[in-house]
Design a protein around this ligand. Structure first.
Ligand SMILES: NC(=O)C1=CN([C@@H]2O[C@H](COP(=O)(O)OP(=O)(O)OC[C@H]3O[C@@H](n4cnc5c(N)ncnc54)[C@H](OP(=O)(O)O)[C@@H]3O)[C@@H](O)[C@H]2O)C=CC1
Ligand SMILES: CC(C)(CO)C(=O)C(=O)O
Length: 335
């Protein structure tokens, strides 16, 4: 097929998850993928990506090349991208990400947010009210072990949906959604298109709000923290139950599947029993800013706005926000 018909895709936030999906979108064929590197820019430019997956169908790829590698969106502003994928960490940035990606967002560009958390799309909808915003909740587990080297170790699935806009024709938004879903699938990843993506954002945030914060604070894996004291499982359950009550108040009937069985399943998942860490735990280990707003403080603010008492979320918020403050301000603790 001719280059004219290729779907042009820009990936911003080329860490573990951004690289994983850049790989998938590139593998799909009939796409031109431009990636925006930062600390890994030079490696990607000079040698390409090293991608190692425990899934045989992906295997190991060395010197893996993308159509374009840039340092900033401004460098790619001459192209009009069909899709811009944001897979950066959802942390407060100055300037905000929506401003950083503006040079590659045209009139017909669809923005795709693949991040953990609640409310991540709001910034993009506010800045680009006439662009479609799609939302992905991924369960892929990946790590960038050194610049440009990605290890994919768990899962290959994402829930995906659209926050349909009042300003855009629904058929057009659906077509944009269908097209990229076909591309993701052609690239070899599993996508479940769901009617209300916020239900799945909440489900994942109940998981992250519990395990990410507790593993980050304690630097223990889930098995260690659950067995270290009788209080561990009690606090884990309380976080999940309080978050679920906020999800119910916000989503109503749509949240029916966030029930007691769901919470039991998250608490007793084999991976939790075996012991896992989390992306927030890694961030804490290296004193990097953490996704505290979208994972814990956002849900806490929603609880307050809805008049729901969430004392455990409040406690966790105090602890993790203090750690985040320390990392952002370079405070290392007692001499
Ligand atoms: N890793 C995982 O297993 C999972 C992660 N998630 C979620 O996916 C999202 C991405 O996480 P993850 O991939 O782990 O994060 P990473 O920290 O690995 O990657 C984020 C990337 O964004 C880049 N970046 C940040 N700001 C800019 C900027 N201004 N310009 C250019 N590049 C920038 C960083 O560059 P630099 O390296 O220079 O800092 C980094 O490469 C998060 O919301 C996370 O919670 C969800 C499921 C699993
Ligand atoms: C990989 C996974 C699912 C583990 O909790 C995750 O979402 C994270 O680490 O942020």
């Amino acid at each position: 097929m001719s280059a004219q018909t290729q779907t042009e895709i820009f990936v911003f936030g080329l860490g573990a998850i951004g690289s994983f999906y850049a790989f998938i979108l590139n593998e799909a064929g009939n796409t031109q993928v431009t990636v925006c590197g930062r600390s890994n820019y030079q490696v990607l430019k000079d040698h390409g990506m090293t991608f190692k997956s425990n899934l045989a169908k992906f295997g190991t790829k060395n010197n893996y090349r993308f159509h374009g590698v840039v340092k900033t969106p401004a460098e790619a502003s001459s192209s009009k991208f069909d899709y811009v994928v944001c897979a950066n960490k959802a942390i407060t940035m100055d300037p905000p990400v929506s401003e950083q990606i503006a040079p590659v967002v045209g009139e017909h560009t669809t923005i795709i947010v693949i991040q953990n958390g609640i409310g991540n799309e709001e910034e993009f909808q506010a800045r680009f009210p006439n662009n479609t915003v799609l939302s992905g909740v991924t369960w892929v587990g990946a790590t960038q072990v050194e610049p440009g080297t990605i290890i994919h170790r768990d899962n290959n699935n994402m829930q995906f949906g659209c926050h349909f806009s009042k300003n855009i024709d629904r058929t057009q938004e659906q077509a944009r959604l269908d097209k990229i879903v076909d591309i993701f699938r052609a690239g070899g990843t599993e996508i479940d298109v769901v009617p209300v993506i916020d239900v799945y954002r909440w489900k994942k945030t109940i998981w992250n709000g519990c395990w990410n914060t507790l593993t980050a604070i304690t630097q223990c894996n889930t098995r260690e923290l659950l067995s270290a004291s009788p209080a561990g499982p009690v606090v884990a359950r309380a976080i999940m139950e309080e978050m679920a009550s906020v999800a119910h108040a916000q989503l109503g009937e749509a949240a029916a599947e966030i029930d007691a069985n769901f919470i039991d399943e998250l608490l007793n998942r084999p991976s939790v029993k075996a012991g896992i860490y989390s992306s927030m735990c890694q961030d804490a280990k290296f004193s990097r800013p953490m996704e505290v707003e979208v994972i814990i403080n956002g849900p806490l603010k929603k609880a307050k706005a809805l008049g729901i008492k969430t004392p455990t979320l409040e406690t966790i918020s105090a602890l993790i926000s203090a750690m985040d403050w320390r990392f952002r301000n370079g405070v290392t603790g007692p001499p």
